[in-house]
Design a protein around this ligand. Structure first.
Ligand code: PEP
Ligand code: MG
Length: 573
């Protein structure tokens, strides 16, 4: 029977397909001391045999539904189960440390995954996901059996989510003929969303989460129809393999749709396809209003692989590269060389078009374990972004060196997040000067034309924008954070979304105030927060004097269309 659910649509596209429920097992694996290590080895052997049988079944099932390409992953995982080094490692940990098989498996998974991730080879890097997946399966089987039993003498925990949340190799039961599913999860962190394989996912549905979370932003930039926050009951009400329609525009989900609903869906989808086709005709056209005002429409990205979408949507440039994703995707601080390679690639691919790279904006919801950030009561008001960079200048300088070295390969702008004071900006500019001085001494090439900008995403920055503007080339308004801080509404909290009114007069006045300050001192101003794509405000922004809008790649043409329909002349008022 048809079931209806409603959440918040975050990417306006529709999908019809089959549901895959993905339940994360976040319980840390316990380290239990054991004396009978022979028994632990036997438990491990039995778990392996069961895992091998499960993988065999999965292989055949997936082969039938998704073909050899989709199924091959399970063959690779079976081989991993038999891998000598992997097995030796588990045995050694059991014997040497006198611990339970679950713990030995989880630690082995972490060690192997880390080793694979560090390899400079995409194939090997992908194996990290496999080893986590297969180990997660083993731990699951081990946990499902009688407990470790023997004489536990104190426990601690690896703190590791042994299953990892990596969807590669997930049990894609119920994939459609293209091997794609509607992925349904309770919630996802930004790095988990970044790890999603867009080729396997038709749509994304989460039980929890808010529309301004980085998860939602990522789903948008990956062009994945997504509905967020459908509620906790959803995961229990649907089953793997159920057919569903996901409408990322209205936020509606229809599970087991009847013929009438299906027909409506197909009609709406045809309409959407036609609208998209019309937008395609705007490629190559200018972002110019009817009365001749031109603006730039750039794209926001979070990874090098997003560049294809930037180019396909004909953006003028990149207005925001969220560089922290380089850090989130990594298990240790990315080196100067790794960062340089990524920045250079982006600059070269954009062939002289503007590329604005935002320095590390980690903290709050974007966390990487190796930063060892303390738990905070109010992380959004805590130790994050530029605060971390200024307190740990070695991390900051590594990034700046990579950026300045890459600057000779294109048209770079560097932007700093979460600015609240003049003294902060003075210190940042000093550090940039130090890096450039070092380069001059060492004869390392860099461009003298790198534009320097700051994000206006705290009320403080907007209020003192007249003091900050003379120090920079540009401002970029981060409306996501500016809204959260101005209206005192945590952007991660879906329960207060009704209070986070992005059209609030206070937010709009702060943007206008910043635009006036920027122009008074010869700086330009853009908007890179999600509000930049809200076409009901395009006219307001242009009238304020906004010079650039930077939006998810998939919104570039929609905003271009809105700009080209505007008449800002006095007579049109
Ligand atoms: C913003 O705050 O509006 C912004 C663009 O930055 P982020 O969403 O990455 O915090
Ligand atoms: Mg922000």
């Amino acid at each position: 029977m048809i079931q209806r659910f409603r959440g918040k649509g975050v990417y306006n596209a529709m999908a019809l397909g089959r549901i895959l429920l993905f339940r994360k097992d976040n319980t840390a694996v316990e380290r239990v001391s054991v004396t009978d290590t022979v028994r632990e080895r036997e438990r491990f052997e039995k778990a392996k045999a069961q895992a091998a049988r499960q993988l065999e079944e999965l292989y055949h099932e997936t082969l039938r539904k998704a073909g050899e390409d989709g199924a091959a992953i399970f063959r690779a995982q079976q081989m991993m189960l038999a891998d000598e080094d992997y097995n030796d490692s588990v045995y050694r940990i059991i014997e040497d440390q006198g611990v339970n098989a679950e713990y030995a498996t989880a630690v082995t998974a972490d060690n192997f995954a880390e080793m694979f991730s560090a390899m400079d080879d995409e194939y090997m890097m992908a194996r990290a996901a496999d080893v986590r997946d297969v180990s997660g399966r083993l731990v699951g089987i081990l946990r499902g059996k009688s407990c470790t039993g023997t004489d536990s003498t104190g426990t601690d925990s690896t703190g590791t989510d042994s299953t990892g949340t990596d969807f590669t190799g997930t049990d894609f039961t119920g994939t459609d003929s293209r091997g794609k599913v509607i992925l349904c999860v309770a919630d996802l962190t930004p790095s988990e969303t970044a790890a999603l394989d867009g080729d396997k996912i038709l749509a994304l549905v989460t039980a929890f989460g808010s529309v301004n979370s980085h998860t939602a932003i990522l789903a948008r930039s990956m062009n994945i129809p997504a509905v967020i926050g459908v509620g906790g009951k959803f995961m229990d009400a649907v089953r793997n393999g159920d057919e569903a329609i996901v409408d990322g525009g209205t936020g509606e989900i229809f599970v087991n749709p009847d013929e009438e609903t299906r027909a409506k869906f197909l009609e709406k989808q045809r309409g959407d396809t036609e609208k998209k086709r019309l937008l395609q005709e705007l490629k190559g056209k200018e972002n110019v209003t009817l009365d001749g005002r031109k603006i730039k429409i750039n794209a926001n990205i979070g990874s090098v692989s997003d560049i294809d979408r930037v180019l396909a949507n004909d953006a003028d440039g990149i207005g925001l590269f969220r560089s922290e994703f380089l850090y989130l995707e990594s298990s240790d601080y990315p080196t100067e060389e790794q960062q340089f390679t990524a920045y250079r690639k982006i600059l070269e691919s954009m062939e002289g078009k503007k590329v604005i790279i935002r320095t590390l904006d980690i903290g709050a919801d974007k966390k990487a374990d190796y930063f060892n950030l303390k738990e905070e009561r109010n992380p959004a008001l805590g130790f994050r972004a530029i605060r971390i960079c200024l307190m740990r200048p070695e991390i900051f300088k590594t990034q700046l060196r990579a950026l300045y070295r890459a600057s000779v390969f294109g048209n770079l702008g560097i932007m700093f997040p979460m600015i609240t004071s003049v003294s902060e900006l003075e210190r940042i500019l000093e550090i940039c000067t130090e890096v450039k001085e070092e380069f001059r001494k060492l004869g390392i090439a860099f461009s003298e034309n790198v534009e320097i900008g700051i994000m206006i995403e705290t009320p403080a920055a907007a209020i003192i924008s007249d003091r900050l503007a003379p120090m920079v080339d540009f401002f970029s308004v981060g409306t996501n954070d500016l809204t959260q801080y101005t209206l005192a509404c945590d952007r991660q909290n879906p329960d207060i979304e009704q209070f986070a009114d992005t059209h609030h007069e206070a937010v709009l006045r702060l943007i206008e105030m910043s635009a006036k300050s920027a122009h008074r001192y010869g700086a330009w101003i853009g908007i890179c927060g999600e509000l930049g794509a809200d076409t009901t405000l395009t006219e307001t922004f242009l009238r304020m004097g906004i010079d650039e809008l930077s939006v998810s790649p998939s919104f570039v043409l929609k905003v271009r269309d809105a700009v080209r329909r505007l008449d800002l002349s006095e007579s049109a008022r």
